[in-house]
Design a protein around this ligand. Structure first.
Ligand code: AMP
Ligand code: MG
Length: 332
């Protein structure tokens, strides 16, 4: 089975193609193509209309490149998957329009998938984690998710902005370009000095708006390196503490770290240390699959198509606020 996936929830337009085939009694999985183009704002954050325009402008080029990379024609794929939500409405529309057009033109099943669950599915596929508790931290989402009894449950989540967005906002105030996460990481690596900031754990949830404002107020008074390091140490400890409590509550022996912020070495180190201390296993997907990409959407589409689900055109409208715990899981 071959599935093409289209990611377009925010800054990235991604086209991925995956294949799963039977080889004897085993199944062989391949990523046949991964193409992406990222919208990079000149200033400020992600402007919805400009990001959507970027996606429309790059769609044909990426589709052609993906066909070439995979050595197949789109008419040969068994399913067209797309990110139906959550995400920026204008951006979601672009992916949905491309997906519907291709599916209708070639008479191929359409599969609208949940973006958050795609991050988990590509994570378990590439790391072979079995049933992990996931810390999903990205530009738009920050959640701790666990699969129990037929559904993914959100055990903890941010009460305001996402961790990636917090890093981006802080970096912008300090005068660094978008995306801010890698800039903050680079600065933090240059010092061991830490100043005390608030520690925003709220039960199983957490919050980042306040600590961003608190840190932003000291920009210019303290060295950027010290601010970046202090922010990372506090904010990452918050999500790792919440992850540990979720694992303890759910009796989980595996942790999966995913989303764009999962690229961060210090966060990975904290998750690894916490898991070692609990005797649990920590899993980190390859970095190219942490940030938004089309391959994870193709993978999620493959899982759902194998389980027999398809999305009718009239049900394929965008779902900007679609939570992972609303999804009927039929593929596990
Ligand atoms: P996503 O929304 O999953 O594509 O992830 C994008 C987010 O990941 C942005 O907020 C980036 O700032 C963040 N990010 C990317 N690389 C890193 C990094 N090395 N450390 C921390 N955050 C990062
Ligand atoms: Mg994402």
């Amino acid at each position: 089975m071959i599935v093409l996936g289209i990611e377009s929830t925010a800054h990235t337009l991604g086209i991925g193609i995956v294949r799963e085939e039977k080889v004897g009694v085993n199944k062989k999985w391949d990523c046949l193509a991964s193409q992406k183009s990222m919208f990079e704002p000149d200033q400020g954050g992600i402007h919805p209309r400009k990001a959507a325009e970027h996606h429309y402008q790059h769609a044909l080029e990426l589709l052609n490149n993906a066909e070439q990379e995979a050595g197949i024609d789109i008419s040969e794929v068994d399913g067209i998957a797309f990110s139906q939500g959550p995400g920026i409405p204008q951006c979601l529309d672009t992916g949905a329009v491309i997906a519907r057009s291709l599916a209708e033109k070639h008479g191929i099943p359409l599969i609208g998938v949940n973006h958050c669950l795609s991050h988990i599915s590509i994570g378990t596929r590439t790391t072979k984690a079995d049933n992990p508790t996931t810390l999903y931290v990205s530009g738009g989402n920050s959640q701790i998710i666990d699969y129990r009894k037929g559904r993914y449950r959100v055990i903890g989540e941010t009460q305001d902005i996402a961790l990636g967005n917090a890093l981006d906002k802080l970096a912008r105030t300090m005068g660094y370009p978008h995306p801010g996460g890698p800039e903050i990481e680079r600065l933090a690596e240059q010092t061991d000095e830490i100043v005390e900031l608030s520690y925003p754990v709220k039960g199983m949830d957490f919050s980042f708006s306040g600590i961003v404002t608190e840190t932003q107020r000291t920009v210019g008074d303290l060295e950027d390196q010290v601010l970046a390091n202090s922010f990372q140490e506090h904010a990452y400890a918050v999500v790792v503490e919440a992850l540990e409590r979720a694992m303890s509550q759910e009796d989980s022996e595996e942790a999966l770290l995913t989303g764009g912020v999962a690229m961060n070495s210090r966060l990975r180190e904290m998750v690894r240390t916490m898991c070692e201390q609990r005797g649990a296993k920590a899993y980190f997907p390859p970095k190219e699959y942490c940030m938004d990409n089309g391959v994870m959407i193709a993978e999620q589409g493959l899982l759902e198509l194998k389980a027999g689900s398809k999305t009718r055109i009239e049900e394929s409208t965008k779902k900007p606020n679609w939570r992972p715990d609303e999804v009927e899981v039929e593929w596990i």
